[in-house]
Design a protein around this ligand. Structure first.
Ligand code: C2E
Ligand code: CA
Ligand code: CA
Length: 444
């Protein structure tokens, strides 16, 4: 008697369960992100392939326990899934986002060109995490703390890298959360300060942290205040009043200057209009424009919109440009300046004498005013060279039928010199420091 046992294997089903097993072993069930096992595999491969440019970032949500404790685990899960989605979106497809468990994540960047790019990538992550989110009708403002370690400088193998990124992450917690610390002691301090300032600068507009101070411009012949230069200050909750020299450059590099500059223009025009409506003497308000703003395609529309919204007569707005923003593309600059002039605003060249100061170009620019840079005014009495430069700028301006104003006037002697040589207007500490809006009202 023979027995036949017939066994039929379902190959597809087996394949399916095999891959299900693989998933279970390599991926986190809640978020679908790679887990610790897969992260280690990828890290090993990456270390084998890289001689530099590999970065590991430890990331821990701030105050996650609070969400879990107050709203329950289900809400905590929703938050974790959303964070996972945001992290995936913040990095490139070739980067790895892994979840170790709880609210701990690790990011692996296999090919960063340099440290500066790593700083930017970290900032991007901080930004996407910080977007507010709604869970069960509660609004959350999630933040995270991160620590970064680079291969091979911060650790020669995967254990060292993980450990050091973790240590750096704890430093980020100590530093007040919502930031990224780099393990390397060599990581230069400026870069960190920059990263910090840049993050803060991004929020400064929303948090309404900018203020304008106004510095009077006085007509020498009559002694009357004829204009006010609007100068921006950043009133930071912890750092105090940050002077523009510390953040305008950064705002330029990051492009934030376009939004900040539009705010400055809108606020300055609205303030001027409010003063005029209150019956104060009619003045012109001067606004500084950076190169990036001048070359921004929206510029003309922004100026138009500001004038329309505030109701300020165009002639009461003065735009200060520097030569360096005009020289990169002279034809384009001339065209933009004509568009601005067509709106009716006044145009000034700021810091005149420090740049190209080429007469040939100057004749092509449809401008109204030259501002003698304060560096010449400073030594105008003591240095014959500076005196000669100041005098020639005054002559040049008048030959071209332009108005001329000297900035940085600090003494009576400087004022006398400028008056003697026919300068039209002056601005400087000798007449008044830049003042907050309330103080301007008293002055006027
Ligand atoms: P700036 O356009 O040359 O502005 C004049 C600067 O000289 C101001 O510095 C002013 O406070 C300072 N100042 C005025 N009178 C005197 C004086 O008698 N002696 C001396 N030593 N300094 C005097 P501040 O406010 O620190 O601004 C620095 C620069 O930041 C400005 O130079 C301007 O380039 C930039 N800035 C300020 N506000 C804005 C803005 O809203 N947008 C842009 N793009 N740049 C701005
Ligand atoms: Ca200026
Ligand atoms: Ca200036």
């Amino acid at each position: 008697m023979r027995h036949f046992v017939l066994i039929q294997y379902d190959v597809t089903a087996m394949k399916r369960s095999e891959s299900a097993l693989h998933r279970l072993a390599h991926y986190d069930a809640l978020t679908g992100l790679p887990n610790r096992v897969l992260l280690h595999e990828r890290l090993l491969t990456a270390i084998g392939a890289a001689d530099s440019g590999l970065w590991l970032v430890y990331l821990d949500l701030d105050r996650f326990k609070l969400v879990n404790d107050t709203l329950g685990h289900r809400a905590g899960d929703v938050l974790l899934k959303e964070i996972a989605r945001r992290l995936r979106r913040a990095v490139r497809p070739t980067d790895t986002v892994a979840r170790l468990g709880g609210d701990e994540f690790v990011l692996m960047f296999p090919d960063m060109p340099d440290e500066a790019h790593m700083v930017q990538a970290a900032q991007r992550v901080l930004d996407v995490i910080a977007q507010p989110l709604l869970i069960d009708g509660h609004e959350f403002f999630p933040t995270c703390s991160m620590g970064a370690a680079g291969y091979p400088q911060d650790g020669a193998d995967q254990d060292a890298l993980m450990r050091h990124a973790d240590i750096a992450m704890y430093r980020a917690k100590e530093a007040g959360r919502n930031n990224c610390q780099f393990y390397a002691s060599s990581m230069n301090q400026r870069m960190l300060e920059r990263l910090h300032l840049e993050g803060e600068l991004r929020h400064a507009l929303e948090r309404d942290e900018f203020v304008l101070h106004y510095q009077p411009q006085v007509e020498l012949a009559s002694g009357r205040t004829v204009g006010l230069e609007a100068l921006v200050r950043w009133n930071h909750p912890k750092l105090g009043m940050v002077p523009p020299d510390r953040f305008i450059g950064l705002a330029e590099e990051t492009g934030l200057i376009v939004a900040i500059g539009a705010w400055v223009m809108r606020s300055a025009c609205a303030q001027n209009m409010a003063w005029q409506r209150a019956g104060l003497p009619r003045l012109r308000v001067a606004v500084n424009l950076s190169a990036r703003q001048f070359n921004d395609r929206q510029l003309i529309d922004t100026v138009k919109a500001v004038l329309a919204e505030t109701g300020l007569p165009a002639g009461d707005l003065d735009i200060e440009l520097t030569e360096s923003s005009l020289m990169a593309d002279v034809d384009g600059a001339v065209a933009t300046m004509h568009e601005l002039k067509a709106l009716g605003v006044q145009l000034s060249i700021d810091d005149f004498g420090t740049g190209y100061s080429s007469l040939a170009y100057l004749k092509r620019f449809p401008i109204d005013v030259l501002k003698i840079d304060k560096s010449f005014v400073r030594d105008i009495v003591a240095s014959p060279d500076d005196a000669a430069i100041a005098v020639s700028i005054i002559l040049l301006a008048h030959t071209l039928k332009l108005h001329v104003i000297a900035e940085g006037v600090e003494t009576a002697e400087q004022l006398d010199f400028l008056r003697e040589h026919g300068c039209d207007d002056v601005q400087g500490y000798y007449l008044s420091r830049p003042l907050p809006a309330e103080a301007v009202e008293t002055l006027l």
